[in-house]
Design a protein around this ligand. Structure first.
Ligand code: BGC
Length: 513
């Protein structure tokens, strides 16, 4: 018996290690399942522009940028997608995109936040969806990505109030009714976790709410409780929309509905038990905050324990509704961090949701900085981190269907047409996805962020993620393919293989670009 146990241990050890290092050095599109989709994405606020055209009302991001919080840059024109979508969809088709991830601008479709539908807004999204279908590109639509109508912010404080749940459900209803005959993949919302932190804890996203010592320049707020309240409202709004879809539309329209979350992979800084536990807490506070309720009906125990009464609770009925309210989860992945235990945090006074983790974060080393909102020092490390994240999701959340909704590289002024570094970055992560699929993770699609250069949240036009360069200075906002657009095209259309030689070397050349 002891012998069997010993062999089992040896087997498990090798299996864990072998499966985590096995990777394909060369692969093609055909190595992925035929129904797996490759795409790219944008969001309405960052792409469309036309901020006050054809009946659209302002969003909180229009107000924020007009107040000068992004160095005087606004998304008034952004990538001018509102006028250039046809040409862009042609480019998508030429590139070989199988799917496109877009979001609906709530204040364009429902300028009063509820009630009357703006016919021009409706026409715009109908045109975009029709054009995508005409080109054989699957639309993957997110109902809400950042742009809360300013009217709802003024009326009741936006995501701070449970009143938003009904209004969000109404937005969802309009979208399912009007577009659901052609849209099969619905995501209710983008990154409720990070939006709540950025908007209501650190206060650097609109509506700029925070409290000392967790943010500066805020107009008001309470970092200790508001992030928890807003996420709670996001989750209830998600489940209301999902329930509506399932009851009223899904049988006829045969689509799927999911939610998107912001992810970070966390690794313990040392192999101490304390750091391992801190890492688990960090995963709970960032991923479990949304995924535990959505999949299991409750917040993670570590959150309940550390946030105590500041964390709202789900009634029995709410919990039943929220549980299982998605057909897939969407993840946005950009970087990994080391985590160390931080037992002294509670000496600093009122805690926010980050300090409730009792953890310190350190950036991975030796790789180029990626422009991110949180934290400013974050660095990307190895591509395996996405593999680890996907496998963690499989193990912890019973292998849900997953779409990698965003993965991309934001270059600052050094972004050039010759963006070879971006292709190294993307190649490594695409390989991680393939390795995960081979390891039984149910990943169904991968989207590059972004298709064309777009307005970046806190840096305007100086950080670019696009496969296509946009000439923001020129009146025509001309598009020019970067090297990465050709590279993606060759991978998707010409069967060209992606070769992964040596991460270290690749990063070296990416950095010297
Ligand atoms: C957001 C995008 C943003 C990207 C790069 C993501 O978390 O969903 O809107 O442009 O990060 O910062």
């Amino acid at each position: 018996m002891a012998k069997v146990a010993a062999w089992l241990m040896v087997f498990l050890f090798f299996w864990e290690h072998y499966s985590s290092v096995v990777c394909l050095s060369e692969f093609t599109r055909d190595d992925f399942p035929a129904d797996f989709v490759f795409g790219a994405g944008t969001s309405a606020f960052q792409y469309e522009g036309a901020w006050a055209e054809d009946g659209k009302s302002p969003s909180i991001w229009d107000t924020f940028t007009h107040e000068g919080w992004v160095g005087g840059r606004t998304a008034d024109m952004a990538s001018d997608g509102y006028h250039k979508y046809k040409g862009d969809i042609k480019l998508m088709s030429d590139t070989g995109l199988e799917a496109y991830r877009l979001s609906i601008s709530w204040p364009r479709l429902l300028p009063n936040g509820r009630g009357a539908v703006n016919p021009k807004g409706l026409m715009y999204y109908n045109n975009v969806i029709d054009e995508l279908i005409k080109h054989g590109i699957q639309p993957h639509v997110t109902l809400h990505h950042l742009d809360v109508p300013q009217v709802l912010q003024d009326e009741y404080g936006g995501w701070l109030s449970p009143k938003i749940i009904d209004d969000f459900k109404e937005l969802a209803d309009v979208c399912f009714k009007e577009f659901g005959d052609r849209v099969s993949y619905w995501t209710t919302m983008n990154e409720p976790n990070i939006n709540s932190l950025a908007s209501f804890d650190y206060g650097f996203f609109p509506p700029r709410r925070c409290s000392h010592p967790y943010g500066a320049n805020c107009s008001g707020g309470n970092s200790a409780v508001e992030p928890y309240i807003t996420v709670h409202n996001y989750i209830l709004a998600h489940s209301a929309a999902a329930e509506l879809y399932r009851k009223k539309y899904q049988t006829i329209q045969k689509g799927q509905i999911g939610i998107n979350i912001y992810t970070i992979w966390f690794t313990p800084l040392t192999n101490s038990t304390e750091d391992a536990m801190a890492t688990k807490r960090a995963l709970d506070f960032i991923l479990g905050w949304i995924l535990n309720p959505i999949l299991f009906g409750e917040y993670p125990d570590s959150m309940k324990k550390n946030a105590g009464s500041r964390l709202p609770f789900f009634s029995y009925l709410e919990s039943q509704r929220v549980k299982g309210s998605c057909d897939f989860i969407g993840i946005n992945y950009y970087f990994a961090l080391y985590v160390a235990d931080d037992p002294v945090i509670d000496k600093i006074g009122p805690r926010d949701s980050s300090s409730d983790m009792f953890a310190k974060f350190t950036a991975y080393k030796n790789v180029p900085p990626v422009s991110r909102i949180l934290p400013p020092t974050a660095l990307i490390n190895d591509f395996e981190s996405l593999w680890k994240l996907l496998n963690y999701l499989k193990k912890t959340y019973r292998n849900p269907p997953i779409f990698v909704h965003e993965n991309g590289y934001g270059f600052g002024v050094i972004d050039t047409m010759n963006d070879v570094g971006r292709t190294y970055f993307l190649s490594g992560f695409i390989r991680s996805v393939l390795d995960s699929i081979r390891n039984g993770v149910d990943v169904r699609g991968y989207f590059i962020w972004t298709f064309v250069d777009a307005f970046e949240l806190l840096s305007g036009y100086s950080t670019r993620f696009g496969l296509y360069h946009v000439n923001f200075e020129g009146s025509g906002h001309e598009r020019t393919p970067k090297f990465s657009a050709y590279w993606y095209h060759n991978f998707l259309k010409n069967g060209t293989s992606i070769k992964i030689e040596n991460n270290g070397k690749q990063w070296e050349s990416a950095r010297s670009e």
